[in-house]
Design a protein around this ligand. Structure first.
Ligand code: ZN
Ligand code: ZN
Length: 338
């Protein structure tokens, strides 16, 4: 099978011919149809974060494909079923986090395309209990971005506990942001889209943002304050400065939802303001299998739209360069069917 492999943190990915893996007990073999390119894959390939994956490895955690083989003891999945392989590749099912519905916090978790090989390949094995069925109403091209960008922003807005009259500022319109705008709208909040590219702000408007702010042209904190401030600020841009701007744009009782993971990890916020304004700073990491099922159900019901461009896996390094240059409007998706 063809696979895009990270061989070191300083060299481009290599397209290699690998043997199709065998599913072990409790695993399935998935013949991939698509896999989205998430910023996390780029951080993985560059070894940007404190906990690093071990080369050689295959990135990819927005995989969508067909179950082609069942490992020993698999009873919950069927041959021919279409499933998604998300970031949460495995969790123990026994710890206090798993038991009370916070499986994304499991300390024994394995992550697709990071601690286990992911979906930048024609085939991948995955834990049968952690792949999520894709409903018929969701194409494989759309299902890929929903598998990380979708579930991550959906969950981030869930933990923000938005009520309909509140305003939500989404910092960073792109793969994640274009979905965050739509989920914020579905929850009823008025939405302010913030980015530094006008075409992304146009997209935010098209997808339902009530206001947009170009942070390259105006001070976003002032602009948001003029609009009445934000009750919730979701940060999807990987820069500490953006987190600080998001914090400063919050109203009393506001919630700062941290989602992006900048390589430079420290932000500075005022303790005084946090206390006096009763601000909550909340970290949100991907979403559970149930969150992903909800994301798929919303999309199947026609409530969300995906902006994605297909690419071939051979173009992986160009695709990464395009994402890093900010040229990509929303999501690039590798399509293995072409
Ligand atoms: Zn991701
Ligand atoms: Zn656990």
């Amino acid at each position: 099978m063809k696979a895009a492999v990270v061989t070191s943190f300083t060299t481009p990915l290599e397209i290699r011919d690998r043997e199709v893996p065998e599913p072990g007990p409790g695993e399935v073999l998935v013949r991939l149809e698509t896999c989205g390119l998430c910023h996390t894959d780029i951080h993985a390939a560059h070894g940007d974060w404190p906990v690093k994956p071990e080369p050689p490895f295959i990135p990819g955690h927005e995989g969508v494909g067909i179950v082609e083989k069942l490992g020993e003891g698999v009873i919950n999945r069927a041959l021919g079923e279409r499933v998604a392989i998300p970031w949460l590749g495995y969790a123990c099912g026994e710890c206090r986090f798993c038991i009370d519905g916070r499986e994304t916090l499991c300390e024994k978790q394995r992550n697709s395309g990071y601690s286990v090989d992911g979906a930048f390949a024609e085939y991948a094995v995955a834990a049968a209990r952690f792949v999520v069925p894709v409903p018929d109403g969701v194409s494989s091209l759309d299902a890929a971005p929903l598998t990380c960008a979708g579930v991550t922003t959906y969950k981030a807005l869930k933990v923000a506990r938005i009520v309909p009259a509140e305003s939500v500022a989404v910092f960073g319109i792109g793969g994640l942001g274009h979905l965050a705008v739509q989920y914020a709208r579905l929850l009823g909040g008025s939405v302010i889209g913030v980015d530094v590219e006008d075409d992304k702000l146009d997209l935010a408007r098209e997808l339902g943002a009530d206001h947009v702010v170009n942070a390259a042209k105006v001070d976003p904190v002032e602009a948001i304050r003029e609009l009445g401030g934000a009750d919730v600020a979701v940060v999807l841009a990987a820069s500490p400065r953006v987190f600080e701007q998001a914090f400063s744009s919050l109203n009393r009782g506001g919630r700062l939802i941290c989602v992006a993971l900048p390589a430079d990890q420290k932000m500075t916020v005022s303790i005084f303001e946090t206390v006096l304004k009763g601000i909550s700073i909340i970290g949100s990491i991907v979403g559970t299998r149930q969150d992903l099922a909800e994301v798929f159900a919303l999309h199947a019901a026609g409530r969300t739209r995906i902006i994605a461009e297909p690419r071939r896996i051979e173009q992986v390094n160009d695709a990464i360069a395009d994402v890093l240059s900010g040229k990509v409007l929303a999501r690039l998706v590798f399509d293995y069917r072409t």
